[in-house]
Design a protein around this ligand. Structure first.
Ligand code: CA
Length: 220
């Protein structure tokens, strides 16, 4: 799952990027309001983490612009502005949630999950299809009642396919979900992850749609 992190504080940005990558998110990090706007024009994100006090363009102005243009990506505002009027202004500008610095990574992750769930229209975290159960919170996969150990990328691949079980996802779309900017992607990386997931679960679980991409297959 790919997220955009907008944060001009280098120390906070670096530690958040590291923490989120450790949880299996693909993270693109930008440090000012202009780059935030550009990133959202170029790439599709599952979620945006937005600091408000930013160089070049204030976070609230950036956010209002997105909402005026009908961009509905969930936005979680991260800021030191913790007075009630500031919070109200943030939510009125189109933020989906608000976290005051300093905060705990575990709380940030819980709020991110809640927003992603709301966006997907799911009340619960668990995704169940056929004999397959994927828990995005615990980051576990069970198949036919057995726990299946997957790497962070294999998990992200399976998660992407399970979220849109009827869609065919191209290799480029999957790379976008699994990797952030500046992360080295071998040309056959997706094929390798697909191969590993098939090997660990079932050879027919992921179908290759020739010339197009991959979709979920037989999960029974
Ligand atoms: Ca700032």
């Amino acid at each position: 799952m790919r997220v955009l992190l907008v944060e001009d504080d280098t120390m906070i940005g670096e530690s958040l990027r590291k923490g989120l990558r450790g949880e299996g998110f693909a993270v693109d990090w930008v440090q000012d309001g202009h780059d935030a706007e550009r990133a959202l024009e170029l790439t599709e994100y599952a979620l945006v983490l937005l600091d408000l006090g930013l160089p070049k363009k204030d976070g609230l102005v950036v956010l209002r612009g997105w909402r005026q243009r009908g961009i509905t990506v969930p936005v979680l505002v991260l800021t030191a502005r913790d007075s009630v009027p500031d919070r109200v202004k943030g939510l009125d500008s189109g933020a989906d949630d608000y976290l005051v610095k300093p905060f705990d990574l575990t709380e940030l992750l819980a709020r991110m999950r809640a927003l992603l769930r709301r966006q997907a229209g799911r009340a619960r975290d668990l995704i169940e299809i056929g004999a397959l159960r994927l828990d995005p919170v615990a980051r576990t996969v069970e198949y036919r009642g057995q726990a299946i150990p997957l790497s962070a990328r294999e998990f992200a691949l399976l998660n992407a396919l399970l979220e849109t079980p009827d869609a065919v996802l191209s290799r480029e779309q999957l790379e976008d979900r699994l990797y952030g900017w500046g992360e080295e992607v071998e040309s056959n990386a997706i094929e390798v992850h697909v191969h590993n997931v098939r090997r660990k679960l079932n050879a027919r679980l992921i179908l290759t749609v020739r010339g197009v991409g991959y979709r979920l297959g037989d999960a029974s």
